[in-house]
Every structure is written in structure tokens, then in C-alpha cells.
Design a protein around this ligand. Structure first.
Ligand SMILES: Cc1cc2nc3c(=O)[nH]c(=O)nc-3n(C[C@H](O)[C@H](O)[C@H](O)COP(=O)(O)O)c2cc1C
Length: 221
């Protein structure tokens, strides 16, 4: 089936230039509808609503919610069921404070989040097919499950790559042979007004995706 896109170039998937506080209120569904070829009704709500927001509220999230997020990660598919993921969950104030020192400047917004999850895996911990580093795929699938579960609960989740891996490994006892693949922040959404100016600007940029036609190849490349 040949499908032709009616738009060219990068388009906003969702424009988050709204200053109201809840995830749901920040969605401009008309933008979503314009960029999804009328398929939005068929797509999971959690996928439509997920985004990497930076404005966190510092209030704690209930343990049951947190456990459900970790459980969602644990039930992700993985290559030959190797389940390369390990989750180091930081919720204690001192632990979080220590971890904050490892964040890059650009990720200082993460200091407000009540939960940080260090996702670690052994470099040779996934399956070895095709010589590909499948441990990163296992981790990626687990993280997306966790992000979607967070959205399902009305929470915000944000994966990151900007932090000092050696410091985090040392401070939290992660064995040498493991890599931290990502650090994910979870919490309730906070007020965008509380972000510093640069972060607020990032937050207000429209979200974009490569065009459907550029990404999808029907029957052959
Ligand atoms: C592996 C990975 C690393 C990321 N690292 C960062 C980061 O260090 N800081 C940050 O603000 N966002 C980070 N992000 C979030 C991306 O910027 C975001 O997913 C992308 O811009 C698409 O936006 P969306 O998640 O709202 O759809 C990361 C995402 C992934 C998957």
C-alpha cells in the first residue's frame, strides 16, 4: 500500500506551549490530530500523552505506583528472555542529593523529581545475536514500558543520558562490569513557571518527528 504524506519536513507532534499544570491539560489534541493521519483514535492514550517533560513536582509518589512502574519494566520483552535490565531506585533524600551532583548542567531540572531510576545492564548481558548490543534494546523496551505505565497513572517520566556514569556507579555500588544505560526521572508534573528560563524554553518547543514517509518503507526500502 502506498501512502503519501500530506505534509513535508518536520512537523510538530504536540505543541506543549501551554502553561497549565497537568499532563492532560498540556495536550493540544488538535496538533496531534493533524499529525497522525487520522490514526490517533487507534493509538493507545498513554502513547499519545507521553512526553519528556522537565517540570516535576517534588511531592512523593505512592509506593504502589512506583512498584507498578517497575513491574511494567520487568515484564518487557527481551532477547531470548535475557532481561538485561537492573533498576537502582533512588527515593531517599540523601541518595537523591548525592545523585544530583552527578547530573549534567542541562539536566538540573531533574533535581525536583522525587524518584530517579538508574537503569544498568551488563555490556554482554543481552543475547549475542548478530553481534549487536541487544542489552541496550532490552533496557529500551523496559524503559518505554515504565514510561507508559507512568503516564497511565497520571505521572511524568523522563529518560536521560546526561550524567557522570562513573560517579553514579561508585556512589550506588553498581558493579564494574555493568553500564548505566539511562537514568529515568519519575514524579507528578509540576509548574513550568518554576523552571529556569533555558529549560522553560526547551519545554515550550513543539515536539517533532521525522515524516511518516521518510521512516516507513512499504514492501522495500
Ligand atoms: C536515550 C535517551 C537519552 C535522553 N537524554 C536526555 C537528557 O539527557 N536530557 C533531556 O532533557 N532529555 C533527554 N532525553 C529525552 C529526549 O530529548 C526526548 O525523548 C526527545 O526529545 C523526544 O521528545 P519526547 O520524549 O517528548 O517525545 C533522552 C531520551 C532518550 C531516549
Amino acid at each position: 500500500m502506498k501512502v503519501t504524506s500530506w505534509y513535508a519536513g518536520w512537523v510538530p507532534l504536540v505543541d506543549i506551549r501551554m502553561s497549565r499544570s497537568t499532563v492532560a491539560q498540556r495536550w493540544r489534541l488538535s496538533d496531534l490530530q493533524q499529525s497522525m493521519w487520522g490514526t490517533e483514535e487507534l493509538i493507545l492514550d498513554e502513547i499519545l500523552k507521553r512526553r519528556s517533560g522537565r517540570a516535576f513536582d517534588s511531592r512523593p509518589i505512592p509506593d504502589k505506583m512506583l512498584e507498578s512502574i517497575l513491574e511494567a519494566g520487568r515484564w518487557a520483552p527481551s532477547c531470548a528472555n535475557t532481561q538485561a535490565w537492573n533498576f537502582v531506585v533512588l527515593k531517599d533524600t540523601d541518595a537523591l542529593r548525592k545523585a544530583h551532583d552527578a547530573l549534567s548542567k542541562g539536566n538540573a531540572w531533574g533535581k525536583t523529581a522525587p524518584i530517579m531510576v538508574l537503569v544498568a545492564a551488563k555490556e554482554d548481558g543481552g543475547c549475542g545475536s548478530h553481534g549487536l548490543p541487544y542489552f541496550t534494546m532490552d533496557v529500551g523496551l523496559a524503559v518505554e514500558n515504565m514510561l507508559l505505565q507512568a503516564v497511565h497513572l497520571g505521572l511524568l517520566g523522563h529518560p536521560t543520558a546526561g550524567w557522570d556514569e562513573e560517579k553514579l556507579k561508585q556512589d550506588f555500588g553498581i558493579p564494574d562490569e555493568y553500564r548505566i544505560v539511562t537514568v529515568v526521572f519519575f514524579g507528578y508534573e509540576g509548574e513550568i513557571e518554576n523552571l529556569d528560563e533555558r529549560t522553560r524554553e526547551k519545554e515550550q518547543k513543539p515536539r517533532t518527528r521525522r515524516p511518516f514517509d521518510e521512516v516507513v518503507h512499504w514492501d522495500k526500502w
